[in-house]
Design a protein around this ligand. Structure first.
Ligand code: GLC
Length: 607
């Protein structure tokens, strides 16, 4: 097929995709609509079925602690198989790189979005997108299921930390990460048309369309009971910014709007997103999003396929039972229940993204990028993000009695708490594995590592996760740094109606603060209940969110090398009984309002 238009990189993209579409069989078209998990996809299946996309779900890599080079080798194997298919259509290989290339050992792990929202720094977030894209491409992958542009209206939601915050305007600003991930579109770029700049950018995915952060009681995959105006104003607005940046893909939400599952909503997916807003990339389902359309889960699957494809889903993240999916989809097309025009629309959108992304020209991993993974430049960027994300809630029990900045040359320092020396806790969910886990899970610096690096040679640093009162009464410390918070969680596993500080964190603070001037550093994916006595006993209190691999950013702030600038991206409630409570609600009686943040001198950080 030499000389055919679709292989001519100088031909207009719309001509290339129409030429290629005209050459495809029905089986090849249906293969392009299919995204499967790597663990069920031998290269022969990728080649023979002309599969459009593979993904690695959280933790699904070549082997434990595989490096970027190992990933690149694995991904290239699949890509070469795709290139050997009859028409040689390259794969999109997707991963949840939601705070760095977090599946890959040694990658830079940035703060999760709830902390990035506290920075209010859209250029910083764009630069994080750029760095993340390079590290993803270094691993051979070319697609990330990020950013989550949910507007989290209730911290009981298990995915609160994946949101940039509760305020729509703030989330809209932080959508700038897309220009980092995909590159900056030129002036005059057509809103809604996919864009991707260079070989070290990746296809992005704004998610989860729409209203995932607005469900009743913050239930994950729940139901958002809202007027269309409220849905549009609060939850849909960030997608306008994603479209204007040329976002290539958008993921449908598991959740429902007024009892209609998003995966089944022809109104929202097709009439609103595609026709009214002009989205020309492709809509991807969430993982087993079709299975969730039927009760019990996965029953009557053929009906779910019919409903979702006709609603406007273009690519299906199956991701395991792909034979059943293809069998049902073929039947539905051949029986005329799904029109060929719907299939052609979906395939056109998928091919458009692949041509825009330059995959036909640069399908394989760029080995020259390997040295960027976890490089100093990226870790310094992550450290800057940590610094700017920390929110100072209290500094001193009385005016002019501030605890911070701490003295780097103090005689003896106690570092304590469940989160003081645990990189896994520092990173949270979506790190190394889907749920995340405790321990030295990747390359990085814990708070304890960073404190030891920062203090003077004469300063003695003592670490004890949960010191006994006997120990405390026999020791003399200048001050204590006590890091507590939430263990990692993900999706529905993080839904929490009580929001107490887990792992006995408050009690650890209580025993220490009675004897030693104490700084509390709270590592959590959201605001938690702070008992009045806890705030009272702490001499200083910092919300550090889920800072990622660069604990040095915390040391930078507590020892005064930088001024605090972080401001809450979520309202800090007093009691869970107040929830949902966000700025703008009639009854707004927070412990700390959204936007709160102190400087070292105790003044409010100004916008
Ligand atoms: C998950 C999440 C989605 C993620 C996808 C692939 O269930 O809902 O955010 O991108 O599956 O891992």
């Amino acid at each position: 097929m030499e000389g055919c238009i679709y292989k001519d990189q100088n031909a207009p993209i719309e001509d290339r995709l129409k030429d290629l579409l005209s050459r495809m069989t029905l089986e090849e078209k249906l293969g392009q609509i299919t995204q499967i998990e790597r663990s069920v996809a031998p290269p022969s299946v990728v080649k023979n079925l002309s599969i459009g996309s593979l993904l690695s779900v959280g933790g699904s890599g070549p082997f434990e602690n595989a490096t970027s080079a190992d990933w690149a080798e694995m991904v290239d194997t699949y890509q070469k198989a795709a290139l050997e298919s009859r028409l040689g259509i390259p794969l999109l290989y997707g991963t949840d790189a939601v705070h760095g290339n977090n599946n890959v050992y040694g990658a830079t792990i940035f703060p999760h979005n709830v902390g990035l929202g506290a920075t209010r720094d859209e250029d910083l977030v764009r630069r994080i997108g750029e760095a993340t894209a390079i590290e993803v491409r270094a691993s051979g992958m070319n697609y990330t299921f990020a950013p989550c542009v949910a507007v989290c209206r209730d911290p009981r939601w298990g995915r609160c930390y994946e949101s940039f915050g509760e305020d729509t305007v703030l989330v809209r600003k932080m959508a700038s990460i897309i220009s980092g991930l995909q590159g900056q579109p030129p002036p005059g770029h057509t809103k809604g048309y996919p864009f991707l700049d260079r070989r070290n950018n990746v296809v992005a995915c704004a998610k989860h369309f729409v209203g995932d952060g607005g469900t009743e009681a913050g239930l994950n995959e729940g139901n958002a009971l809202l007027s269309y105006e409220e849905l549009e104003r609060t939850h849909m607005a960030p997608y306008i910014d994603c479209l204007s940046q040329g976002v290539c893909t958008i993921m449908a939400s598991y959740s429902s709007w007024n009892d209609v599952p998003l995966h089944a909503s022809q109104f929202l997916l097709t009439q609103v997103l595609k026709e009214k807003l002009g989205f020309k990339g492709f809509i991807i389902s969430d993982s087993e999003g079709l299975d969730r359309l039927s009760k019990p889960h996965g029953s009557n699957y053929r009906q779910s396929v019919l409903t979702a494809i006709n609603a406007g889903i273009d690519m299906v993240m199956v991701p395991f039972r792909y034979q059943l999916f293809l069998e049902d989809l073929s039947y539905l097309v051949e029986s005329g229940q799904i029109a060929m025009s719907r299939i052609d629309d979906a395939v056109e959108r998928i091919l458009r993204v692949k041509f825009v992304a330059g995959l036909f020209e640069y399908p394989l991993a760029d080995k020259s990028l390997i040295h960027t993974v976890g490089c100093k430049l990226h870790r310094d960027l992550a450290r800057e993000a940590v610094r700017k994300s920390l929110v100072l809630l209290k500094n001193g029990k009385a005016p002019n009695k501030s605890l911070l900045p701490l003295n780097k040359n103090a005689k003896r320092i106690l570092v304590a708490g469940t989160h003081a020396d645990d990189l896994g806790y520092q990173c949270g969910g979506w790190t190394s594995t889907w749920e995340g886990k405790s321990g030295r899970i990747t390359v990085g610096k814990t708070i304890l590592d960073a404190v030891k690096e920062t203090v003077g040679d004469e300063t003695e640093v003592i670490f004890d996760q949960n010191p006994s009162s006997h120990f405390l009464s026999t020791q003399d410390f200048s001050f204590a740094i006590v890091a507590i918070g939430e263990p990692p969680y993900v999706e529905s596993g993080g839904d929490n109606p009580v929001l107490d500080i887990p792992l006995n964190g408050a009690e650890i603070v209580k025993s220490i603060a009675e004897k030693v001037p104490t700084l509390v550093v709270l590592l959590s994916g959201r605001p938690l209940v702070l008992e009045p006595w806890l705030l009272e006993k702490a001499d200083a209190f910092i919300a550090a969110w889920l800072p990622g691999s660069e604990g040095g950013g915390i040391a930078d702030m507590i020892f005064g090398d930088y001024e605090f600038q972080g401001r809450l991206s979520m309202t800090w409630f007093k009691k869970v009984e107040q929830l949902p409570m966000a700025a703008g609600n009639d009854l707004y009686d927070p412990l700390f309002p959204i936007g709160f943040g102190l400087t070292l001198k105790g003044l409010m950080v100004l916008d």
